[in-house]
Each structure stands twice: as C-alpha cells, then as structure tokens.
Design a protein around this ligand. Structure first.
Ligand code: GDP
Ligand code: IMO
Ligand code: MG
Length: 422
C-alpha cells in the first residue's frame, strides 16, 4: 500500500480542510508533516464549523488515527485548546493522536519573539504563532523536542539555556521585558504531563502503518508558494509544505507516496505580505473576497484576491509532481461577466519563459491573461458534472490542458455534499 498526499498548490487556504475531510472518510490514518497552529483548515459539517489548526483534519472521522510528524512544530497550548474545542463538540481525541518523539515544541518565548520580530524587524505578515522562531531553534540545534518533555532534568537545562540566549535578544535588541525561568517552567511542566500519553516511542509509526496496508492520507498545511525553499522568500512560512517536506517530516520513503493531489482554488488568494502577480486591487478583487468569504481562518485578516495563475501552478507542479487536482470554490466565480486566467508573465513587454523564484523579480512581472466568458449562473452545491454550465467546463478543461493534470474533484461549496467526484 501507499499513501495519498494533499498539498496546497498556491499560497495556502485552497480548501485543503474540506478535501482532506472528504477523503478521510475511508482512511485509517491522517498525518500532518509540517507547519503548526498557523494553519486553519475549515470543515463544515451540517451547521457546525470546525477549524483545525494543529490536529489533523481526520480527527473529525471517529475511526481515524491522527499523527503529528517530526516536521511539525507543536504548541502545547494550541494543542489542548483544540482538544477542548473538539470535546465540546462531541469529538473525542482520546487514544487517537500520536506525536512523533522528535517533533519540535513551540515555547511561550517563540510566540513573543514572532510578534516582536513582526513589529520591529521584518514585516512578513506572520500569523504570530511562533512558527519562524521555533523552526529557527530547530535548525540552530537548540530546539526542544517532544521527547525532552519526558525528562524534567533535560527540559530544565534546555529551557535555562534558551532563556539565557532569548533574554539577551529581548533586552538588547527589542528593549522588551525578559522572561524568567519560573514564569514559564511550571506551565510547560503542566503541559508536559498532559502530553505524555500522546507521544509515540519512535518515528516508525506511519511507515509501519503504510507497510501494514493501512489507508493513509497525508495532510499538507500552507501551500507550495509559502515553502521556505521554493516559495516567495522571505515572504514564506518556515517549513516545507511541498512534497519533500512530507518525507522528512514523517520519516517515510518516497516509494510510500502513491498519489499526490493538488488542492487548487479556482482563483488565487494570499494572506500577509509578498509578491502576488495576479492580485486585483479593485471592485473585482473585492467581489472575490466577498463571494468567497476570503478572511483568514486563523487570524481573521482579509485575504488578498486575484485571478487564477497557471504559471504559478506549473511551477508548483514542477516541485510536487501532482497526479490529480481537486479544484475548489468554483462557485465563487459564478457572478462574473468574464474570468481571467494568467498563462505567463512579462517584464517590459517581454514574455518570460520561466517562473522567477526571487521576490524582487516576481513583484515587477505583469501577467498575460486569457479571458473566458462567465457562466453567470449560481452553481453552488452542484454535485453532478453534467449540471455544470458549459462555460465552467471550458474553464476547467483549459486548466487541465495547460497543466497536463486531470481534475478529479470539483468543489462547489463548503459542505461535504457540495462536491463533484470525477
Ligand atoms: P485550507 O487552509 O486550505 O484548509 O482552507 P481554509 O479553510 O483556510 O479556507 C477555505 C475556505 O473556503 C473555508 O472557509 C471553506 O469552508 C471554504 N470552502 C472550501 N471549499 C469551498 C467551495 O468549493 N466553495 C466555497 N464557497 N467555499 C469553500
Ligand atoms: P493553511 O494551512 C495561508 C502565511 C502567513 C504569512 C506567512 C508566514 O490554512 O493554508 P507564519 O505564521 O507561518 O510564520 O507566517 O505564511 N501563512 C498562511 N497563509 N494559509 C496558511 O495555512 C498559512 N500559514 C501561514 O499569512 O504570510
Ligand atoms: Mg487555511
């Protein structure tokens, strides 16, 4: 057996939550491999809205076991807030979540440093969840891993060492209050005790599950263009949402991935700073935001909106090697007279035959567009391909032909039933 993986193909918020939820219904395991509580994956079940930040979306299906890989940065506070929220909504996480022993932990000082860095250093427009500082410590080899929470002596030493470094930065660089050991140690210890039962003994759990024929779904967070290596650096997150991140973040081999599914929003959005070639800064962009309710699931910030960018998706596919596409929010385009799609970029009227990987260049490119006639009929909730207007079919066919990838799922609304399976 092999696993399926869901990857956001744009700048995040493509609707991964809805697609993961849909595919989780016949899965045994759902695993997250990167990111942390910066994610916001929305699932609508009847009149209930679930936003999963850190716990795999599969938790909504009773029989699914959820895994949090070593590539994730785990904030214990966010973790237990989410478990409480799930409990309040009748979902038990008891015995259903396993955290890799080498998963890095987000400490209270990471969140403080994230916010200070945003206001005083470089504005990336982060979610303020401590993601960048936690990954910085991981790469600097001073991070605290889940396994450290099981050993009070080691935990104490590591926190003391980290606080000595962090307090120099807090005092001298940010002119902010220092953090005392006592201030955070009790809190961390409290969470450690509660986390004990969730931490697995080794990192072979997912690999074993795949080898044992379990049906496994891997849930990407963020999106390809937010990847720290391949995204619009420095306006990116600090992990690898692209396919490589799944291997390093879950300790599995490339041979274990059987199908890579791109989640593509039928237009483009991004939250935070950074270049966005097809962004529309007029009433059309506002209509996209309004019709698509484009406000951040984690921070509530309005998302920047624009037309679909196929040049970007071609690049995203270069990195991820998508087998199929799940296209979401097609219904949001229903009211437009015309719909544009970017096929490539130009600079000073010269068309580029590549995707610029540096943000400086990407911020000055202009998109070349192909224009489609709109369908002007509300398609919300349609779940049969034959019921889709011909103009929408042409739009989808153009995307498939351009990318050479088949669309297997079309989403026409936020609910489970508002989906066409091809
Ligand atoms: P994720 O981070 O990729 O999981 O996406 P988010 O949950 O942050 O944002 C997607 C939003 O679009 C959520 O509010 C979903 O409920 C909603 N959504 C998902 N698919 C569709 C769809 O096909 N049509 C509409 N109108 N909304 C959708
Ligand atoms: P999901 O999984 C959209 C963006 C932030 C910011 C940048 C860095 O819901 O698609 P960070 O807090 O990660 O250091 O912020 O990345 N960002 C997201 N944008 N969807 C997300 O997750 C995001 N997670 C982070 O807005 O621009
Ligand atoms: Mg989201």
């Amino acid at each position: 057996m092999t696993a399926k993986i869901i990857i956001g193909a744009q700048w995040g918020d493509e609707g991964k939550g809805k697609i993961v939820d849909l595919l989780s219904s016949d899965c045994d395991v759902v695993a997250r491999y990167q990111g942390g509580a910066n994610a916001g994956h929305t699932v609508i079940v009847g009149n209930k809205k679930f936003i999963l930040h850190l716990i795999p979306t599969g938790i909504l299906h009773e029989k699914v076991l959820c895994m949090i890989g070593n590539g994730v940065v785990l904030d214990p506070e966010a973790f237990f807030d989410e478990i409480n929220f799930l409990n309040e909504n009748g979902i038990s996480a008891e015995g259903r979540i396993l955290i890799y022993p080498n998963t890095h932990i987000i400490m209270p000082y990471h969140k403080i440093l994230d916010r200070l860095s945003e206001s005083k250093d470089q504005k990336i427009g982060t979610t303020g969840k401590g993601i960048g500082p936690a990954y910085t410590d991981k790469v600097s080899r001073i991070g605290i891993q889940a396994i450290d929470l099981l050993n009070e002596k080691i935990l104490k030493q590591k926190i003391e060492f980290n606080l000595r470094l962090k307090n120099i930065i807090l005092r001298n660089h940010y002119h902010a209050d220092e953090i005392s050991f006592d201030q955070i140690f009790e809190e961390v210890l409290e969470y450690s005790k509660k986390l004990l039962t969730y931490i697995s003994k080794d990192s072979s759990i997912l690999s074993d599950a795949i080898l044992n024929g379990k049906r496994v779904l891997i849930e990407g967070a963020q999106g390809a263009l937010l990847d720290v290596d391949h995204g619009t650096y420095p306006f990116v997150t600090s992990s690898n949402p692209t396919i490589g991140g799944a291997l390093t973040g879950l300790a599995i081999s490339p041979k274990m991935i059987g199908e890579t599914i791109a989640v593509v929003k039928a237009y483009t959005t991004r939250v935070g700073e950074g270049p966005f070639p097809t962004e529309i800064r007029n009433e059309i962009g506002e209509s996209l935001r309004k019709n698509g309710s484009e406000y951040g699931a984690t921070t509530g910030r309005p998302r920047r909106c624009g037309w679909l960018d196929l040049n970007l998706l071609k690049y995203s596919n270069q990195i991820n090697g998508f087998d199929s596409i799940a296209i979401t929010k097609l219904d949001v385009l229903s009211s437009f007279d015309e719909i544009k799609v970017c096929t490539d970029y130009k600079i000073r009227n010269i068309t580029l035959d590549y995707f610029p990987v540096d943000s400086e260049t990407l911020s000055i490119v202009e998109p070349n567009y192909v224009t489609f006639g709109g369908w002007k009929t509300n398609i919300t909730g349609i779940n049969k391909y034959s019921d889709i207007p011909v103009e929408a079919k042409e739009y989808l066919k153009f995307i498939e032909d351009y990318l050479g990838i088949k669309i297997k799922i079309i989403s026409t609304g936020s609910e489970r039933s508002e989906t066409i399976l091809l």
